[in-house]
Design a protein around this ligand. Sequence first.
Ligand code: GRF
Length: 190
Amino acid sequence: MTKYPIGVFISGRGSNLKSIINACSELSFPGKISIIFSDNPDAKGIELAYENNIDAISLDVNDFKDKNDFEEEILKLIEPYNLKLVCLAGYMKILSKRFIDKFPGKIINIHPSLLPKYKGLDTHRRAIENKDSVSGCTVHYVNENLDDGEIVVQKEVKIDSNDTELTLADKVLKEEHLIYPEAIKLLLKK
Ligand code: GRF
């Protein structure tokens, strides 16, 4: 089975990164993580790179003249990996159109809501405040607008009357860890 090179971009905890690492360890999974990028040198998720012997790069935007220079450096550093897919997993920056155009149809993101509902932050709080009966998570293609591109996979999660922001986040996260590897597999096999 060919294992295509993928990149994972993170900013924090890295639990989705972990689920992708686990999936990649299966022989039948069509991808391997070639590079992990973090825009936050203190991201907890970056430890997973060291534990699993995966190349990692961490750059702080504040060390660059502007976001354009920052992204140019990322592009330069990831270029040798010839990535078939770039997976944003809790990456907290919006990529510029210029960056996205370098990877046409190859950048995806995971978001903890049933998009197009609740783009941006605090998705679980908003779902509960609005007394929604379902929430969920979405893997989607990335364009230059926040949480906006075409949907790849979506999974619903039932909201119970006693759910809090935290319990709902937990339930949704469990599904995220299933659908992200599933979506990656789907796209790599295309
Ligand atoms: C996840 O809920 C993801 O959907 C959102 O940011 C969170 C990242 O969590 N985009 P983790 O860093 O993967 O644990």
